[in-house]
Every structure is written in structure tokens, then in C-alpha cells.
Design a protein around this ligand. Structure first.
Ligand code: AR6
Length: 174
């Protein structure tokens, strides 16, 4: 499988990919940031579906339909809260990316869009998060049966530029 991980600027709620990933919290009952935006765009059936999932541990991922979104599925993951870097945050962030992609692949998704997990309210430094995300997505994509395109949808210029640099650095190493 060709490795195809890229970054675009945009609003993930407008995505036409098969699945979008939600940077949620362990309750899966909604919140602010991208989570709030996804719930608003998907409509109230999303929260009803999330309520039946019984939460999500940090690094885990669970899937629902996309309801009013163009995306068929929403993969919900709880990323780690940044606590200074000494609490396994990078491993937990990698788990969120890996498990989200694997759940999407198990549902035969071909195209999957991610936000930058944990780098908003959860305070994970973007410059540390982007290389973890890119490395993990590239490695996991190799093991996927259906996924053929993964994108990071960056909401702001700084996120876009930091991910573009991380992708370029990985391409040089490949
Ligand atoms: N499309 C793409 N990215 C977006 C969008 C959008 N529509 N809106 C925001 N972002 P955050 P976290 C970016 O705070 O750090 C919630 O309350 C945003 O600019 O949404 O994982 C949850 O319920 C940033 O780059 O998620 C949790 O409690 C990135 O998405 C908590 O926040 C992630 O920022 C999770 O915090």
C-alpha cells in the first residue's frame, strides 16, 4: 500500500472523506473546539449514539455514523492532556492516531481525515505532536487493508506549517 499522508487547510466538518476523526474527551458527550463543531454539524443523533458508547479511554477510539455530515463515519478518540511530557503523553497521542486509523480501516474506509489531536484545549505542543502524528499515521497506514489516503485538516496556518514540515522530514527519511 502506497503511503499517502498529507496536510490541508480547512474545516474538518466539511470533509467529504469516508471518516473524520474527532478530538473528543473520555466522556464522549461533547465539548468545545473541533468536538463541538463536529457535534453541531452532525446533529443531535451523534450525541445520542455517543451516549451508547460508554466513554473512551485516553488513546482509544470508537466509531459512530456521521449522521448529517458528508463523512459516513466519525471516529472519536480521547487524546492526552499535556502535563509536561513526563506522563507518557507522546505514546498516548500515538495510540489515538493508530487506533483511530485502525477502527476506520476495520469499517472499510478508504479516506480518513484527522484534526490535530490534543494541540488545542489539551495543550500538547504542536511541534512535538506533529512528528508523532505523522510517524504513527505513516507506519499504521502500511498495515491497513482499505485506507488509501490520510489527511490532517489544519484549522490554522501554524498547524498547517508545522505538519507540512513534519511530513517533509519524514519523506526525507523514507
Ligand atoms: N476543523 C479542523 N480543526 C479544528 C476545527 C475544525 N472545525 N475546530 C478546531 N480545530 P481542540 P484537543 C482544531 O481544542 O486539544 C474539546 O472540548 C484546533 O484549532 O478541539 O484534543 C473536547 O471535548 C486545534 O488545532 O482539541 C476535549 O475536552 C485542534 O483542532 C478537548 O477539547 C484540536 O483542538 C480536546 O482538546
Amino acid at each position: 500500500m502506497k503511503i499517502n499522508v498529507s496536510v490541508i487547510r480547512g474545516d474538518i466538518t466539511k470533509s467529504r472523506s469516508d471518516a473524520i476523526v474527532n478530538a473528543a474527551n473520555p466522556s464522549l458527550l461533547g465539548g468545545g473546539g473541533v468536538d463541538g463543531a463536529i457535534h453541531r454539524a452532525a446533529g443531535p443523533r451523534l450525541q445520542a449514539a455517543c451516549r451508547r458508547l460508554n466513554g473512551c479511554m485516553v488513546g482509544e477510539a470508537k466509531i459512530t455514523p456521521g449522521f448529517d455530515l458528508r463523512a459516513a463515519y466519525v471516529v472519536h478518540t480521547a487524546g492526552p492532556v499535556w502535563q509536561g511530557g513526563g506522563y507518557g503523553e507522546s505514546e498516548l497521542l500515538a495510540n489515538s492516531y493508530r487506533n483511530s486509523l485502525l477502527v476506520a480501516d476495520a469499517h472499510r474506509c478508504r479516506t480518513v481525515d484527522f484534526p490535530s489531536i490534543s494541540t488545542g484545549v489539551y495543550g500538547f505542543p504542536l511541534v512535538k505532536a506533529a512528528p508523532v502524528a505523522v510517524r504513527t499515521l505513516m507506519a499504521t497506514m502500511r498495515t491497513c487493508q482499505y485506507v488509501r489516503r490520510v489527511r490532517i485538516v489544519a484549522f490554522d496556518a501554524h498547524t498547517y506549517e508545522t505538519f507540512a514540515a513534519a511530513i517533509a522530514a519524514n519523506a526525507e527519511m523514507a
